[in-house]
Design a protein around this ligand. Structure first.
Ligand SMILES: Cc1cc2nc3c(=O)[nH]c(=O)nc-3n(C[C@H](O)[C@H](O)[C@H](O)COP(=O)(O)OP(=O)(O)OC[C@H]3O[C@@H](n4cnc5c(N)ncnc54)[C@H](O)[C@@H]3O)c2cc1C
Length: 459
């Protein structure tokens, strides 16, 4: 049995930031992950590789605008080169993480799968055999995995792993693709492949794309997506059947069964938390969305923390990192409340083309929470940067509490949405008001000018 101060189960965004901070403070830390690599699913098959593909699709769209009937004809991509670029980015980042790990004192990464034997004992199944650790604190950061609901034939579909893993199984562009699920992973993937020239159909069960996201934001985004993408809402997929040409997806439209066929189907039906073996047995509460953790990231056993996708609060990489850092602060404080996460001020971006992003309260969620708001808006039609790129559709919408004019949330659809929401999120989390935003000299000619402009529209 080895004694450690802290053991993290998982070395992704929920695990390694805490591990590094605690190790820098002199704690002996072991991270356990079967991948034997840091950065979890974000780098393995999520954020980074999908955005490496996205940015090429975005460049392609910008480029095409100026080459429509030019000398060079239609601009297209060699998809195998897109995959090679994505692989290169992943490899480079893995090398960077290796170097960080080698340079850090007091922290080790152990390849293996952890199981919890008692509130302080973790057994790790490694390629060299079983190892046992006695840990003062445990951070559960085991993340999430692809959900595979019991739909017959779903095994004939691709998943994010087939497209975005290192050296993925798909390295040639499919002529057509059926995307099952209109959440952010499905819709982003639909946008990228449609930009590359794949004929894409999205089938979504709910009445709205991006179910659960702000309806005003989605209503503005949906018509701005590539019109070549066929979107079928209120369609419940019943089965997936292989055909000689690829696959057929059969869905129920509320009245009758319908179907669409394509070369490939991509399933994006969500992710579920990965609960390490033994966790429930030692009495840690696990709810419908994952391990229950409060804003300090503590579970009901106060020396055990749950960070990242495994707690189901805000399943995004930067959210996992923020939570991990907060958990580290609380561990360093002897499991006292030194830091707490405001889950509401964590921004979310849907990296479609164009993108949409939101943070905090919006019109619908403010009404549901009984918060009275005033709105400030800025259309990208007026924005110099948007005009420079010819991407003038979309807007910034900010929500201020009536009276105090404190910023409580906002969304952005269109140019630079993923960047702008960072500045808006910071203002929400720091409690800034319309006067603070209006008094800042947002750079010209950058789209952030719209933030101070919408704040100024209030007074
Ligand atoms: C296609 C796609 C695109 C995405 N794009 C974005 C994006 O643009 N921006 C964004 O913020 N988020 C994005 N995400 C979400 C993001 O990947 C996750 O929110 C993030 O990876 C969560 O980090 P985590 O550390 O909680 O979990 P994970 O990254 O899932 O890491 C958990 C780790 O724990 C390990 N583990 C599991 N069980 C055990 C065990 N018993 N013992 C030891 N180790 C174990 C796993 O192997 C894994 O490496 C995307 C996800 C997908 C699928």
């Amino acid at each position: 049995m080895d004694d450690v101060d802290v053991l993290t189960i998982g070395a992704g965004g929920g695990g390694y930031p805490a591990a590094f901070r605690l190790a820098a403070a002199g704690r002996r830390v072991v991270m356990v992950d079967p991948k034997g690599l840091m950065s979890g699913n974000c780098l393995a098959e999520g954020c980074v590789p999908s955005k490496a593909v996205r940015e090429i699709a975005h460049h392609l769209l910008r480029h095409r605008r100026f080459h429509k009937s030019g000398l060079h004809g239609e601009v297209s991509v060699d998809y195998s080169e897109v995959v090679a670029h994505k692989d290169q980015v992943q490899t480079r980042r893995y090398e960077q993480h290796d170097a960080e790990l080698r340079a850090a004192p007091n922290v080790a990464l152990l390849t293996g799968t952890a199981r919890i034997d008692d509130p302080h004992t973790v057994a790790v199944d490694t390629p060299e055999g079983l190892r046992r650790f006695n840990a003062r604190n445990i951070i559960i950061a085991s993340g999430s995995d692809i959900s595979v609901p019991p739909i017959p034939g779903l095994e004939h579909c691709l998943s994010s792993r087939d497209l975005y893993a290192l050296r993925p199984s798909v390295s040639t562009l499919p002529a057509s693709m059926l995307v099952i699920g209109g959440g952010y992973v499905g819709l982003e993937t639909a946008s990228f492949f449609s930009a590359f020239g794949t004929r894409v159909t999205v089938v979504e069960r709910e009445a709205q794309l991006l179910p659960g996201m702000d309806p005003d934001m989605v209503a503005l985004l949906a018509p701005l997506l590539d019109p070549n993408i066929e979107i079928i809402l209120r369609a419940e997929v019943r089965r997936v059947e292989p055909t000689s040409q690829g696959v057929r997806v059969v869905f129920f439209d509320g009245t009758a069964e319908q179907h669409r066929s394509a070369a490939q189907a991509f399933q994006a039906l969500g992710r579920h938390p990965v609960i390490p073996a033994g966790l429930r047995e030692i009495g840690v509460t696990v709810g419908a969305h994952g391990v229950q953790a409060d804003p300090t990231l503590q579970t009901n056993l106060r020396h055990i923390y749950a960070c990242g996708d495994v707690n189901g609060r805000t399943p995004l990489f930067h959210a996992a990192v923020r939570q991990s850092v907060a958990a580290a602060a609380n561990i360093m404080a002897g499991d006292r409340h030194a830091d707490a996460v405001d889950f509401l001020s964590t921004p979310t971006t849907v990296f479609t083309l164009p993108a949409a992003a939101y943070v905090g309260l919006t019109r619908a969620s403010a009404a549901a929470a009984g918060v009275s708001i005033e709105e400030g808006a800025y259309s990208f039609a007026e924005d110099s940067r948007a005009q420079i790129f010819g991407e003038t559709q979309g807007e910034i919408r900010l929500f201020f509490q009536t009276g105090s004019l404190r910023l409580v949330g906002g969304w952005v659809v269109g140019i630079d949405a993923g960047n702008l929401i960072g500045q808006i999120g910071l203002a929400v989390s720091r409690g800034l008001d319309a006067r603070d935003l209006a008094a800042f000299a947002d750079q010209h000619p950058m789209s952030a000018e719209g933030i101070s402009r919408s704040a100024r529209s209030l007074f």
